[in-house]
Ligand binder design. Structure first.
Ligand code: NAD
Length: 435
């Protein structure tokens, strides 16, 4: 196989997983990050993020000498055949993508490359960004290079599995040489490769995330209708998903999408469309539905109790989804803020993301050491993240621990019959309330 020297810039969820995966298939990888603490941890063999299987693979390749970490772009770029850019592209206040980190990396590239290199953009960037990068570098360096768009589709919580067993690898390149090189480098993954032009590759990423967000908001609107019309969204989604044109995935009703990608990428695509004078009406509605959905449980609790003032609420789950410690744009933050605003006393617990929650949540929120401790003596429970350890809690456990047991389940984790039998007041999403 073709073994290359690769620099990966950024050791976050995407960069670290990419670096580890590329070393696992035989490349020699140097990961560079500006965060000195992160790099120190990595050098000690500790992953700064929680991601199943990542630590083991990282350790294995580090010990085999195929993977190293540095804070120096100069060291990382020396002799690199490819430079992967995997820094964050968060959103500005107006919803546009903040490209500061990308710009800084590109300045470093101009300063330090000494021979032909392929610059591979993994970060999600607005359509046209890679062509801007190319034009900028042409003005700054005589060294030959190509810029390739190689958007990332991994999901946090299953990032390693997604990388080795993904549905496709998209390569957007302007030259056959760069496209072929990337194709050869990625061949060992054994995943279908789709080659296209740079701008289409950039658009594939935004369009994919916008489509998935649309599916979620769509089923959530159907859930709202189901509640009003006494239907059950679980059965409705199942019946819809049996149609292969629709598919069963991403049809789980709940309290909306969160995380580091869907919210910012849907907002960015609305802005990208606006820049070319297109009003993306559909996507705007998707975002609006999600805004309402994240507040749904609090609305249900207000209706149930009349007022939430002084009520003690156990908030189960703070991560934006199970198997990650990431809390960016998590529904839990919105819920914690709304509950505190309504005068409730919030006691939160998460198996992995509690350190982050202590930073993100309002100060008034307290934290418990276990689900049981959070539930003990509370007036109500909010199930916000569907961690396995919450899904196995039995209905009678809630009955035993809560004062006058009522559960608001934002992820439809439990069986309605079981809740009924246990004598719990139970509210979920798009299914009949049990009272
Ligand atoms: P992240 O915030 O977890 O990590 C970014 C890292 O880049 C940080 O460690 C930061 O210190 C580092 N960094 C910033 N500037 C740097 C510089 N000049 N040089 C070296 N390192 C620098 O971000 P992430 O979640 O990994 O996302 C990265 C990109 O991938 C984003 O564009 C995101 O939209 C996209 N993406 C993310 C996911 C995901 O699930 N997280 C999935 C697909 C695509």
């Amino acid at each position: 196989m073709l073994s290359k020297n690769i620099a990966v810039v950024g050791t976050g969820y995407v960069g670290l997983v990419t670096g580890v995966a590329l070393s696992e298939i035989g490349h020699t990888v140097t990961c560079v990050d500006v965060d000195e603490e992160k790099v120190a941890l990595l050098k000690d063999g500790v992953s700064p993020i929680y991601e199943p299987e990542l630590s083991e693979l990282m350790k294995k390749n580090y010990e085999a000498g195929r993977l190293s970490f540095t804070t120096s772009h100069r060291i990382a770029f020396a002799g690199a055949d490819a430079i992967y850019i995997a820094v964050g592209t968060p959103q500005n206040e107006d919803g546009t993508a903040d490209l500061r980190f990308i710009e800084s990396v590109v300045r470093n590239i101009a300063d330090y490359i000494t021979k032909y290199v392929v610059i591979v953009t993994k970060s999600t960037v607005p359509v046209g960004t890679n062509h801007h990068i190319k034009r900028y570098l042409e003005g700054e360096t005589e060294v030959p290079f190509d810029v390739v768009s190689n958007p990332e589709f991994l999901r946090e919580g299953s990032a390693i599995q997604d990388t080795f067993d993904g549905d496709r690898i998209v390569i957007g390149a302007d030259t056959e040489m760069a496209a072929t090189l990337l194709e050869e480098m990625n061949e060992p993954f054994g995943i279908p490769i789709f080659k296209t032009d740079v701008r289409s590759a950039e658009m594939i990423k935004y369009a994919s995330n916008a489509f998935l967000a649309t599916k979620i908001s769509f089923v959530n609107e159907i859930a709202t209708l189901c509640e009003k019309l006494e239907a059950n969204v679980e059965d409705v989604a199942h019946g819809m998903g049996l149609d292969k044109r629709i598919g069963e995935k991403f049809l789980q009703a709940g309290i909306g999408y969160g995380g580091s990608c869907f919210p910012k990428d849907t907002n960015a695509l609305v802005q990208i469309a606006g820049n070319v004078e297109h009003e993306f009406t559909l996507l705007k509605a998707v975002i609006e539905v999600n805004y309402k959905q994240q507040r749904l449980l609090v609305e249900k609790a207000k209706q149930h109790f009349g007022s939430l003032r002084g009520k003690r609420i156990a908030l189960l789950g703070t991560a934006f989804k199970p198997n990650t410690d990431d809390m960016r744009e998590a529904a839990s933050t919105v819920i914690a803020e709304e509950l505190v605003l309504a005068g409730a006393q919030v006691v939160a617990y998460d198996p992995i993301a509690m350190a982050q929650a202590k930073v993100e949540f309002p100060e008034a929120v307290n934290f418990a050491e276990s689900a049981e401790a959070a539930l003990d003596g509370a007036d109500a429970a909010f199930l916000v993240t569907e961690w396995e350890e919450f899904k196995v809690i039995k209905a009678n456990h809630y009955v035993k621990l809560l004062k006058k047991p009522v559960l608001f389940d934002g992820r439809n984790c439990y069986n309605l019959e079981e809740m009924k039998r246990a004598g719990l007041d139970y509210y979920s999403v798009g299914r009949p309330a049990v009272r």
